[in-house]
Design a protein around this ligand. Structure first.
Ligand SMILES: [Zn+2]
Length: 578
């Protein structure tokens, strides 16, 4: 084991409270923005009031949403007009997206977002049922940070304002580096500075443990939760992946880099924050988990159950072995109908496709002449990591489990040795399928990177959920069949009323915060169709259900939509003939 960093980091809130109790601050008005939960901020305000300091401690993360949660009585609100900052250093829609999901939270009120000035504050006009009005300026403290790749990003920042002290202090209005920001800076700095050498992979796993103050607020809308811990997990994972790609001389959006497995381990502490970064051997432990009835599964299956369900299907088994020695397992059944290949779990934190693939395969196995190969978990190492990470945080999206234990996206592998991708190659070879149905998911709630520009770099269009979504890629000669597939699959999906209602609600809140969706919508399902001759199969249908962190009824809806897509596509493909 090599320890790159192991430090305690003072908690900013504690330091601030201690500092402000000095006589010099008596009578002062203090405003500070911190990455702390509301309960702790209110308690600190009271502690300061007792010594004559008027302090208002605000959230540096999503300050506008916190303003509405903490400062506005929304019960009698009739209309909210929000002018959001538009400045050169950030995407035009950045601050409108950061105010998500306000449009859905302000039930019964009309919410309007308008582009405002470059100043980093929201101007909020409120009108109540009794026609009285109120206007507020809500600061959004941000500063430009340079990341190890040399990119400059405008990112949320701690801030301190002090005015009117009777102790003769000068007024203060400046950034305040919080423990949340310091921990991130230290992690990225330590990994950037380490001599990794030239040969990938650099490690088995790089474990990043951060103990931070808890700041979680579950919102009364869909799966939304304001969580600085989850946001830190995401930013640490992607920033380190980018830093290690940079080290290898690869572009930031490259998916073939193989640094090893990066594992952020975020914990909440009431005490002193701490950060530790270490290179370790693989942890291949798998938590035990009871089996669930497949059709009614309310959460991800265990890997053991996946293997059992698969072998119960019959057919000819095949598999390929991952870096950690797990099987990417599939079965193949020959039949007279045109062949299809069904895969899921390429990105292993997208778990509804796994259930959907198995449910569809059960039905296909009982269909005379159906001809198919199915691989329900293509990335078993990522899947095992996801099961492990969910033991601590079941409602984090855990993109650290997205790629393989090498750190790459298995789909991007274009040469042997294939490792786990060998299962897909074999599944495609066995039946010579012309249609590949590739089941995916994406976050069911907002995905942010608050320390590197807020919007997730390279994934900006997936920040806010937009319902169950289809992507079709086809070879040039297959354009007509692709168009027919989209029209008829979505027609079938429209027979699931819960799916239609779900998609309409998600698309409405998506539009409120980002404007029109830039893809056509068929039967309430957005579909992106494009010509692409690179795939070995001439027709590829990718599903995208916002399933990351979905449980219960939503998870059942997710795998039902995945299953119905496979069954509809198989039938339509069969109707096209060989
Ligand atoms: Zn995916």
């Amino acid at each position: 084991m090599t320890v790159l960093l192991d430090e305690r980091v003072p908690r900013t809130l504690d330091r601030l409270v201690q500092q402000l109790q000095d006589d010099a601050f008596r009578g002062a008005r203090v405003e500070a923005w911190l990455f702390e939960g509301a309960t702790r901020r209110r308690a600190a305000e009271q502690q300061l009031a007792a010594v004559g300091v008027r302090a208002r401690l605000r959230s540096a993360y999503k300050p506008l949403v916190h303003f509405f949660l903490e400062d506005v009585d929304v019960a009698d609100l009739r209309r909210a007009t929000i002018r959001y900052p538009v400045c050169e250093a950030a995407d035009r829609k950045r601050f409108r997206i950061e105010s998500y999901p306000l449009a859905a939270l302000l039930v019964g009120a009309e919410t309007q977002f308008l582009p405002g000035s470059p100043a980093l504050s929201y101007h909020v006009d409120l009108e109540y049922q009794d026609r009285h009005t109120a206007a507020h300026e809500v600061a959004a403290p941000n500063r430009i940070r340079e990341d190890p790749l040399g990119r400059h990003t405008l990112s949320p920042s701690g801030w301190l304002k002090v005015a009117g002290s009777r102790g003769g202090l000068r007024d203060v209005d400046q950034p305040l580096e919080t423990e949340f920001e310091a921990i991130f800076r230290k992690i990225v700095g330590a990994v950037h500075a380490h001599p990794w050498g030239a040969a990938e992979p650099y490690f088995e796993q790089l474990v990043v443990r951060a103990d931070i103050p808890a700041a979680e607020w579950r919102l009364p809308y869909a799966e939304e939760c304001l969580s600085t811990g989850e946001a830190l997990h995401e930013d640490v994972y992607f920033s380190l992946l980018e830093a290690l790609k940079h080290h290898a001389g690869r572009p930031a959006d490259d998916r073939t880099a193989r640094p090893g497995q990066i594992v952020p381990d975020i914990r909440y502490t009431g005490g002193e924050p701490r950060v530790r970064v270490a290179v370790e051997s693989f942890d291949t432990a798998e938590p035990s988990q009871p089996a669930a009835p497949l059709d009614e599964a309310v959460g991800p299956l265990s890997l053991g159950q996946v293997y059992e369900e698969l072998s119960a299907l019959g057919g000819r088994p095949f598999s390929a072995i991952s870096r950690q020695g797990r099987a990417a397992a599939g079965i193949y059944r020959a039949g007279a109908r045109p062949a299809i290949v069904v895969t899921a779990g390429q990105h292993a934190n997208e778990t509804s496709g796994v259930v959907g693939a198995l449910r569809a395969a059960r039905r296909l196995a009982a269909t005379p002449d159906a001809h198919f190969a199915v691989i329900p978990v293509e990335n078993p190492d990522g899947y095992a990591l996801h099961r492990r990470l969910c033991m601590t945080h079941p409602r984090y999206m855990h993109h650290a489990a997205r790629y393989t234990a090498f750190g790459d996206d298995l789909q991007s592998r274009s040469t042997e040795p294939w490792h786990e991708k060998g299962a897909r190659v074999e599944g495609q070879r066995l039946g010579g399928a012309a249609l590949h149905i590739n089941l995916h998911g994406y976050p069911s709630h907002e995905w942010t990177r608050p320390l590197t520009g807020y919007l997730p770099h390279g994934f900006d269009s997936w920040t806010i959920p937009m319902g169950f979504f289809l992507i079709v890629r086809h070879h040039r000669a297959w354009a007509d069949r692709a168009a027919d597939l989209v029209a008829r699959v979505t027609e079938r999906l429209a027979c699931i009323p819960e799916l239609v209602a779900f998609n309409r609600a998600q698309l409405a809140s998506y539009r409120a915060h980002t404007g029109e969706l830039p893809v056509p919508i068929y039967h309430d399902v957005p579909c992106r169709v494009s010509e692409d001759d690179r795939s070995p199969t001439p027709l590829v249908l990718v599903t995208e259900f916002p399933d990351e962190t979905a449980y219960g009824d939503l998870f059942v809806l997710a795998h039902t939509a995945q299953m119905q897509t496979v069954l509809a596509a198989e039938e339509i493909h069969a109707s096209h003939g060989a």
